[in-house]
Design a protein around this ligand. Structure first.
Ligand SMILES: CCc1ccc([C@H](C)CC(=O)N[C@@H]2O[C@H](CO)[C@@H](O)[C@H](O)[C@H]2O)cc1
Length: 816
């Protein structure tokens, strides 16, 4: 399959300069001398695209030729991060590009920072999807990532008087050179209306959907380059358009707003990402978004990707649809509708095909995060789908009754339709009934899924439940983010580790080599210096040099316990201001937070305010100057993570055991030579097992201990009474010391800790402090610390998303 027509520019500096100038002149229509930084960035991006195009087209042709089984990854979120750096890495053009730009009198760093990252996700789930499609391309697995091209991604976070303020993320405003619109592949998606039952000539009753309104789905293609393997997979993100953008009659009647109303109405569907990452709001637009991209994607695969005459009875041989949490689960009744209503299959045949096409990944343990849709809303928006769901449930409950005769309680418990508080469809149950496989994202999580979240289902179908522990791509989060460490590793063990991360094990003996440890410490010091420079320019933060960098970056959520970190800071500070602790006895420490709160999550926003208030006071207090400081750079995102994580000494993974499904930040920190202080929660359990107890600061209750305490009845105020350090800490917070004496403004958080503390921060406080003392002790000996850190890197190869993909291939995508 010679790449025939596609002429790739020469991968030389001359070739690159020539292509760049052509893009600048003919693409941007400007001369170099006149060009703006944005012109230069867009031209550079398009130049890099040229080097990937041949591989992209060839991969597409090879895929069509080979008729291989394809993974359709359905995700409502993709947190992609900036594309330029990753694409330069994948094409191994980073040095050529840098030289080419230098020859053109341009500093490529300025162009890199011109790129706005596509923030089409909230947090863990969205970033995991991005890591997964990167790994599948690097492993040359046929995969199409399907999702939504939100016009506005996750909000930009700013702080006004220490409070989070959200700004719209108009990421497309300066152009987006990495996307390719394909109007010729537009899809019509219907909504509303009603169904009619007819009897076909074979006397079979058939239901027909008569929708009310339609929108158009326009696909935008994004390149997903494999790492230097000539493979480029596709990410297909859908954008909503009105079927007829403009109603001339209405326009001529003078009602201009009405004339374009349908356009705005349609466009709303892909207008903005819902910024919640745990509590669904159950909004109609959210369901419209979910059905919109799912309908576009299934239609696109069945009608535009499969050969026209393909026998759909063999669909499971060509397609596996991975459902990224409950958000795309409406795909199940949609495939049934296509097979029965459009392709004329009878119900049983269609159901058999459907069951073998889907698999479901659950990413949460919070009951409130499991989506349910009211039958009212579903019936109004998708009447045919509700009918199909009812029938799926009916047949399923017959199966339950058969397996557990007379156990109507179980039948009611397991029904996809919940009767209370209102009749609604439990999407996680529907996914479990239809999915061939259901997996959690870490061993503990998958076990809790079986035992606590879906016990009835794992009893009925034990073989259906499996685990695939999350992973992260070493290309972006080590090679791209931490060039200094990557060079040290490659100089020591060769470069194979980038696509075979288990090779990091070969570093283990070097942990015993003082020179290697010194080189490793220098890498960390340089990464810290790079971060300090960035935070000064970006956030006007001036951080003290010689300090342990203690980093907690993740979405703001009470179960993640940013409040526990805050209590630690205040207890250290209280120790000094009360005179109990001499400042020089404090290990110099800078605590860096990064966290967005869902706009409607008030307690989370109160916690952000309090962290900023404490930071202002601590940073301004000469008594702890150079000993304790707190930084909270705004707008934590993938780009900031790439600078923060390589600089970190300590990684905070302190969620209440049994609440964090997996975590993926924890893996990125370990791979970048930070030590973890954490609970036995999510993937922390597997990190600790692999890096070794001696190289992990464990503390706190285990999940069973949490359940026991909850069972016994948890009274946080008692702990406040009994623990003098805790009382002194909370009293200082409550006193208004950090808020100009205003006690009211801190009350929401303090009262919640004393009287609810649903995630038991106070219960784990003493153990956390004790663990932090162990951290201080270890950090006092840089050589020991770097030995532990090197062993963390060496033993974290398992947490590559390539390994996760191998597990999905073995346990889920081929096991049917
Ligand atoms: C409907 C609102 C909503 C939106 C997003 C979500 C996601 C499932 C939340 C999420 O991102 N979960 C995180 O997924 C990561 C990837 O598997 C895990 O590592 C994290 O532990 C988990 O919190 C739940 C509910």
């Amino acid at each position: 399959l010679a790449s025939g027509p596609v002429v790739q520019p020469a991968p030389t500096v001359d070739g690159f300069v020539e292509a760049f100038l052509a893009e600048l002149n003919y693409g941007q229509g400007v001369l170099l001398s006149q060009s703006t930084v944005n012109d230069q960035y867009l031209a550079l991006a398009r130049t890099v695209r040229r080097y990937l195009m041949a591989d992209w087209l060839e991969t597409g042709a090879r895929r069509r030729q080979a008729q291989q089984k394809t993974v359709a990854y359905l995700s409502a979120e993709y947190l992609l991060g900036r594309q330029l750096g990753n694409n330069l890495l994948a094409t191994n053009l980073q040095d050529v590009a840098e030289e080419a730009m230098r020859r053109s009198g341009i500093d490529i760093a300025a162009l890199r920072s011109q790129e706005v990252e596509p923030g089409l996700g909230n947090g863990g789930l969205g970033r995991l999807a991005a890591c997964f499609v990167d790994s599948l391309a690097t492993m040359d697995v046929p995969c199409i990532g399907y999702g939504i091209r939100y016009e506005y991604g996750i909000f930009r976070q700013t702080f006004v008087e220490d409070r989070q303020v959200e700004l719209p993320d108009s990421w497309l405003s300066l152009g987006s050179p990495w996307e390719f619109p394909h109007p010729e592949r537009q899809v019509i998606v219907s909504f509303g209306g009603h169904t009619e039952t007819t009897t076909d000539d074979a006397g079979v009753e058939r239901s027909r959907w008569i929708p009310d309104w339609n929108v158009l789905g326009m696909p935008y293609h994004y390149m997903v380059p494999g790492f230097r393997n000539g493979v480029v997979n596709t990410l297909r993100l859908w954008s909503a358009r009105a079927t007829h953008a403009f109603d001339l009659q209405i326009f001529n009647s003078g009602d201009y707003a009405q004339a374009v109303r349908s356009q705005t109405f349609a466009e709303n569907i892909s207008k903005v990402l819902y910024p919640e990452d745990s509590t669904p709001q159950g909004k109609e637009l959210r369901l419209q978004q979910q059905y919109f991209f799912v309908a576009c994607s299934l239609h696109d695969f069945i009608d535009n990707t499969l050969p026209a005459d393909y026998d759909l009875r063999r669909l499971p041989e060509r397609l596996v649809v991975q459902l990224n949490d409950t958000h795309p689960v409406i795909a199940i009744p949609e495939l049934m509708r296509i097979l029965v209503d459009r392709k004329g299959f009878d119900w049983d045949e269609a159901w058999d095909i459907t069951k073998r096409c889907f698999a479901y990944t659950c990413h949460t343990l919070l009951p409130e995060a499991l989506e349910v849709w009211s039958v009212d809303l579903l019936g109004r928006l998708l009447p045919r789908h509700l009918e199909i769901i009812y029938r799926i449930n009916e047949e399923f409950l017959d199966e339950v009754r058969e397996a557990f005769p007379g156990d109507e309680m179980r039948v009611r418990r397991m029904s996809v339709i919940a009767e209370h508080p209102e009749r609604s469809v439990r999407m996680a149950y529907l996914a479990t009934v239809a999915g061939a496989k259901v997996n959690g994202v870490a061993e503990l999580h998958s076990q809790l899924l079986r035992d606590k979240v879906l016990p009835d289902f794992s009893q009925l179908w034990p073989e259906k439940f499996t685990n695939v522990t999350n992973g992260v791509t070493p290309r972006r989060f080590v090679l791209l983010a931490n060039r200094r460490l990557s060079d040290l590793v490659t100089d020591t063990i060769g470069e194979g580790w980038v696509t075979d991360l288990d090779r990091l094990r070969e570093l283990e003996p070097h942990a015993e080599d003082p020179e290697f440890r010194a080189a490793f410490r220098q890498v960390k010091a340089d990464n810290k210096e790079r971060l300090y420079k960035l935070l000064r320019v970006r956030d006007g933060l001036d951080l003290p040099r010689e300090a342990m960098l203690d980093v907690m970056v993740k979405r703001l959520h009470e179960y993640k316990r940013q409040t526990l970190k805050l209590l630690h800071i205040v207890s250290l500070y209280e120790g000094v201001v009360s005179g109990r602790v001499a400042p020089e006895d404090l290990t110099p420490r800078t605590v860096v937070f990064g966290a967005k709160a869902a706009p409607g999550y008030h307690m989370a926003k109160e916690i952000i305010f309090l962290i900023n208030a404490v930071a202002d006071t601590v940073n301004a207090d000469p008594r702890v100057a150079g000993r304790l400081s707190v930084a909270f750079p705004a707008n934590y995102n993938v780009t900031l993570a790439e600078k923060l994580i390589p600089a970190a000494d300590l990684s905070e993974q302190i969620s209440l055991a049994g609440k964090e499904a997996s975590g993926t930040g924890n893996m990125k920190f370990a791979l970048n030579g930070a030590l973890t202080i954490g609970t036995d929660d999510g993937a922390n359990v597997e990190i600790r097992r692999l890096v070794g107890d001696d190289n992990f600061f464990l503390f706190g209750m285990t999940e069973p201990e949490v359940e026991t305490l909850r069972g016994e009845g948890y009274v946080p105020a008692d702990l406040y009474e009994q623990d003098p350090v805790l009382r002194a800490t909370i009293d200082l917070l409550a006193s208004g010391h950090f808020t100009g004496g205003d006690r009211q403004v801190v009350a929401p958080v303090v009262d919640n800790l004393l009287h609810q503390d649903a995630f038991m921060a106070l219960a784990d406080f003493p153990a956390y402090l004790e663990a932090q003392a162990r951290v201080d002790a270890a950090y006092a000996d840089p050589d020991t610390w770097s030995r532990m850190a090197i062993l963390n890197v060496a033993r974290s190869g398992f947490f590559s998303s390539d390994r996760s993909m191998r597990d999905y291939l073995e346990r889920i995508w081929t096991a049917r």
